[in-house]
Design a binder for this molecule. Structure first.
Ligand code: F6P
Length: 355
């Protein structure tokens, strides 16, 4: 192995995992640690996302601590939705930690919220690098995020299984799938798992049209159906029945999946309007759990290695991103400016298979 290791090049690299966890996080942590240690860098993992960076709650990572962790879901560094800019002295705490620890670089692994903070911190002069993560796949400036592949495969398997029970009982099953603002997960898993209707946040739907489609399907002798609905999908006329917890997280998001979600509301409406036997399932947090697919293990590992290379080259304010099969450095600002949502053409292609 041609490993360049010189004392004078040694860096102190910090890292953290923020927001909802996603399978592949441990692969990134391992990638950063292995690449970093081989170059003689000191690697510090902050616990519970930005909370650990504010409070200087951290562990020093070595090769033993990350051995084989790429096979496991979750994050050994724990995660939280702490927003430093919503806390008094949050930003000052992070600045102090970076100074006290003599950090040369802080790698933030997260989605829109975590990387939004990273981008702001970089604007304040801190040396930050981002790595894109989310099962929602809604980050811009990268072709996809790790965690998404594992989640779609899980949801696809759930839909596969629901087919057999729905068919046996001649029922409609409405399946609520994660995705508040973007319907990538519902769309791709729904397509792969043979959902007969897919509803996503990007395209408002009309429940009467959904019911007509289901009745037609039954009248043609296909006496069961799977409806895949993203948790953020909207029929404006049904919205008043959807009741989420009043609590918002530190980034201002309502907590979907609590209270009565669109899956349950839609199930009730379909049952009332069609007289067909209908059930609903909220897949919930199992969609984020379990061990990562090979794709997410490899992507996570590559992103971790890439981020350390970027740190060595002083590429702060940037995010490691997947473009085609290559990893590239893009401006963090470009990743967090607007969410990547499902284009109407992709949804229209999926609609060909409805009913
Ligand atoms: O951002 C990932 C995600 O899983 C969303 O799809 C979902 O709406 C949200 O997190 C759930 O958040 P929490 O884990 O705080 O309930």
């Amino acid at each position: 192995m041609n490993i360049l290791k010189t004392e004078e090049n040694n860096m102190h690299i910090g890292l953290l995992t923020g927001g909802g966890d996603a399978p592949g996080l441990n692969a990134v942590i391992r990638g950063i640690t292995v690449r970093g240690k081989m170059r003689g860098h000191k690697i510090t993992g902050f616990l519970r996302g930005w909370k650990g960076a504010i409070e200087n709650d951290a562990v020093e990572l070595d090769l033993n601590m990350v051995r084989d962790i790429h096979m496991e879901g979750g994050t050994i560094l724990l995660s939280s939705r702490t927003n430093p800019f919503k806390l008094e002295n949050g930003f000052e705490g992070i600045r102090k930690t970076c100074k006290d620890m003599r950090l040369d670089c802080l790698i933030a692994i997260g989605g829109e919220d975590t990387l939004g903070v990273a981008s702001r911190l970089n604007g304040e002069g801190l040396p930050v690098i981002g790595i894109p993560k989310t099962i929602d796949n809604d980050l811009s400036a990268t072709d996809c995020t790790f965690g998404f592949d594992t989640a779609i495969n899980y949801v696809m398997k759930a839909l596969d299984m629901l087919h057999t029970t729905a068919r046996s009982h001649e029922r409609i099953i409405v399946v609520e799938i994660m995705g508040r603002h973007a319907g990538w997960l519902a769309l791709h898993a729904g397509m792969a798992g043979g959902a007969h209707v897919i509803l996503i946040p990007e395209q408002e739907f009309n429940t009467d049209e959904v019911c007509d489609l289901l009745k037609k399907r039954y009248s043609e002798g296909n006496r069961y159906a799977i409806v895949a609905v993203a948790e953020g999908a909207i029929d404006p006329k049904l919205q008043r029945h959807v009741m989420h917890s009043a609590e918002k997280d530190a980034f201002g998001h309502v907590q979907l999946g609590t209270g009565i979600g669109i899956g349950e509301v839609l199930k009730n409406e379909i049952a009332d309007r069609t007289d067909l036997e209908t059930r609903h399932v909220v897949l919930g947090h199992v969609q984020r759990g379990g061990s990562p697919t090979a794709f997410d293990r490899v992507l996570g590992t590559r992103l971790g290695v890439k981020a350390v290379e970027m740190a060595e080259q002083g590429m702060f304010g940037k995010m490691a991103a997947l473009h085609g099969t290559e990893l590239v450095a893009v401006e963090l600002e470009k990743a967090v400016g607007t969410l990547k949502t499902v284009p109407v053409e992709q949804y229209d292609a999926a609609k060909l298979f409805f009913g």
